[in-house]
Design a protein around this ligand. Structure first.
Ligand SMILES: [Mn+2]
Length: 348
């Protein structure tokens, strides 16, 4: 049985809203399902497994129509979906009544149910959220029947408010594949047949790194799985540690080279370390560079404490340094030393 495991599309989400970039990001998110359908067709997948949060909120009929159109283009795959905490099934919601297509199976019950496909000897199990939170450990005790069928579990959650999961136990539950959703970062649990697919597009700036889905093949005896990148936009964090030699031009050159080596990616520049007290980073200038969407200046001025002690012998500055510049000072004391000296020296 060949499958594509993709979830957490969050159709309707609008990352970077209110900006030109936001328009592109919204269409990236809305278009991801179409790209997954294309992949299912080229891979000749038997099943498209969607473990929840296909939509960012309980879907509107227009959003369901768009999804149904995408599913109608599937040439070989049937779709099995569960509803997650974002697109949970409320009473009388459009999601429950809408016909997404004869090749689409929404496991709508809030307790475990399944659908069996005889031609591929595969039974897919799962349950849907009927509310935003699900604190019960609903996957504890889930076991695959031992009946010769290939058994797949769709599961959504993994934190305290959303179906807490004991991963080690679940990985030994006998399922031939466990398609997890809810966590937006992809994760394959090594040595198991269990993975979070992550979202096909990053949904906010904390979603650093590659995004996509998994393509796999499972039989009762064998298992292969491959990561497939799909995201049109990628957030990349660029972490720089500076010292007192840092200059604006050097910083911009580093950022320029990083941006040039990853064209199209959106850089979040984080600068830590020390800098010359007389120098401060022109963050606006960095923000105006191609490919940069955010800069976080967490540098601290590096004072020449010995020189300051000599220059300020007997005054409040040398007193302040002597109190805080002790051998076993904590990071908080280090910060207090820098911030205090900034304030004291500016007043001069
Ligand atoms: Mn979720």
């Amino acid at each position: 049985m060949r499958f594509v495991h993709a979830g957490d599309f969050h159709i309707g989400a609008t990352p970077e809203s209110g900006s030109e970039l936001g328009k592109k990001r919204a269409s990236d998110v809305a278009g991801a399902l179409g790209r997954v359908v294309d992949l299912c067709n080229t891979e000749k997948a038997d099943l498209l497994l969607i473990p929840g949060d296909l939509f960012n909120a309980p879907p509107l009929t227009t959003q369901l129509k768009e999804a149904a159109y995408s599913f109608s283009r599937l040439e070989t795959a049937r779709v099995v979906i569960i509803a997650g905490n974002h697109d949970y099934l409320s009473e009388n919601c459009a999601y429950l009544d809408f016909n997404l297509g004869e090749n689409v199976y929404l496991l709508s019950s809030d307790s475990m149910s399944s659908v069996y496909f005889e031609d591929i000897n595969t039974e897919v199990h799962g349950l849907s959220y009927h509310k935003k939170e699900l604190r019960e450990p609903v996957y504890d005790g889930a076991r695959a029947p031992q009946d010769g069928r290939i058994h797949v579990l769709l599961a959504h959650g993994g934190d305290a408010l959303h179906a807490p999961i004991k991963y080690s136990d679940l990985s030994k539950s006998g399922f031939d594949y466990i398609a997890l959703g809810h966590i937006h970062q992809p994760k394959l649990f090594k040595g198991t047949r269990m993975a979070y697919c992550g979202s096909p597009e990053p949904l906010d700036r904390t979603d650093i790194g590659a995004r996509g889905c998994f393509v796999g093949e499972v039989t009762k005896k064998s298992f292969t799985i491959m990561w497939h990148p799909l995201a049109r936009t990628l957030y990349r964090s660029f972490d720089l540690v500076s010292d007192i030699t840092l200059t604006q031009a050097a910083l911009e050159q580093c950022v320029k080279e990083e941006a040039a080596s990853h064209p199209g990616d959106l850089l979040i520049v984080n600068v830590t370390g020390s800098r010359d007290p007389a120098f401060s980073i022109d963050t606006d200038a960095v923000l105006n560079m191609d490919g940069v969407i955010e800069i976080n200046d967490k540098t601290s001025p590096e004072y020449d404490l010995q020189k300051l002690l000599a220059d300020h012998d007997g005054d409040i500055i040398s007193y302040y340094i002597n109190v805080l510049d002790v051998p076993d000072k904590t990071p908080a004391m280090q910060k207090a030393l820098y911030y205090g000296l900034n304030a004291l020296l500016c007043k001069e």
